[in-house]
Design a protein around this ligand. Structure first.
Ligand code: KG4
Ligand code: ZN
Length: 332
């Protein structure tokens, strides 16, 4: 069974081929055009997807050494994401499935981030908890089976990736700033500055407060010392990152207490953060959890995870028809 999967929910055009559960290729074209605007510009994103999709798909098939006529199904990201971006992937997948007369499979992008853990060993057993952290989402998910997921906590405002990117912007760093904060933080003291951890009830998160706190902190300090940011960049980045990680892990600990589930995974773009990866590993050792951290290339947006999710749907006999359309606000 050969599945071709397409991911185009935001600013990455990606295609992957999965053959009987083995990943044969995973091609990702990143759109660099957004950097100069300090964020993803939806109209430019969909145009770039249109330019990239053909070569990316061709390359994925070539690397996998699979002919179009050998495909068993075509999968695509239905949502959540930017409508214009989703439309490019959905239209392409629909046309290809129709042309080849093979099944079409729609995939939920957030479920796919979780299912990225099944691309290679170690694969978590069910049930497990997953902290899904990306530029658009921050969720605590309970996973009882590949197609059975429940969100047990989530952000009520900004996503944690947004908090990273907006903090970076306040520091004058280019978009996307999350990886840059990570890089500067490595040379800084995480306890140099303190930011409020916020107080949200239950398993929910809120990241809008910390953004405001950082804004005032920088404004006050640059008033007396205009070079404050340049002189303290590693310490500021390390302190921001430390605060965000503490917020994430405090609720994760609570989720473990409440559910009794001790197999813990992270997923999504922010799970590429080196501070989060090491803090979670350490916490897992302390608490006796088994921790699952995906390889870097399966953390940020990629079609390999879409292919993996599609395989589970294929096995369950769940297919889409040609009337399907993207859903920018699709929930888990
Ligand atoms: O999952 P993803 O690729 O796209 C969405 O579905 O949103 O996540 C992108 C987010 C961005 O906010 C980016 O800054 C963040 O992941 N990110 C990081 C790191 N790598 C990516 N944040 C912190 N540290 C990183 N190393
Ligand atoms: Zn994503």
């Amino acid at each position: 069974m050969n599945i071709l999967a397409i991911e185009s929910s935001c600013d990455e055009t990606s295609a992957a081929v999965l053959s009987n559960g083995h990943l044969l290729s995973n091609i990702i074209a990143t759109q660099l055009i957004h950097e100069q605007y300090g964020g993803v510009v939806p109209e430019l994103a969909s145009r770039a997807h249109q330019q990239h999709i053909m070569p990316v798909v061709e390359r994925a098939l070539l690397d996998a050494n699979i002919a179009k006529t050998d495909l068993s199904a075509v999968a695509f990201t239905r949502g959540p994401g930017l409508l214009g971006s989703l439309l490019v992937g959905a239209s392409f997948a629909k046309a290809l499935a129709l042309g080849l007369n093979i099944p079409l499979i729609d995939v939920n992008h957030m479920q796919a981030h979780v299912l990225a853990h099944f691309i290679e060993a170690p694969r978590p057993p069910f049930p497990f908890l997953c902290l899904t952290v990306s530029g658009g989402h921050t969720q605590l998910v309970r996973i009882d089976g590949p197609l059975s997921m429940t969100v047990i906590g989530q952000t009520q405002d900004d996503a944690v990736g947004e908090a990273f990117d907006k903090s970076a912007k306040l520091l004058g760093l280019p978009y996307p700033g999350g990886p840059l904060i990570d890089r500067y933080a490595k040379a800084g003291n995480p306890l140099a500055f303190r930011f409020p951890l916020g107080e949200m009830p239950g398993l929910d998160y809120s990241f809008s407060g910390i953004k405001t706190a950082i804004l005032y902190f920088l404004r006050d300090n640059t008033k007396t010392n205009p070079d404050f940011i340049q002189q303290n960049l590693p310490d500021i980045c390390a302190s921001i990152q430390h605060t965000l990680i503490q917020m994430l892990l405090t609720k994760l600990k609570r989720a473990v207490r409440e559910t009794g589930i001790r197999h813990i995974a992270i997923a999504g773009g922010v799970s590429a953060n080196s501070g989060l990866r090491s803090a979670l590993t350490q916490l897992g050792d302390e608490q006796g959890w088994t921790v699952y951290i995906p390889r870097f290339e399966y953390c940020t947006d990629n079609a390999a995870m879409i292919a993996m999710a599609a395989q589970f749907k294929y096995e369950a006999g769940i297919f889409a028809d040609q009337t399907i359309s993207p859903l920018p606000r699709l929930h888990v």
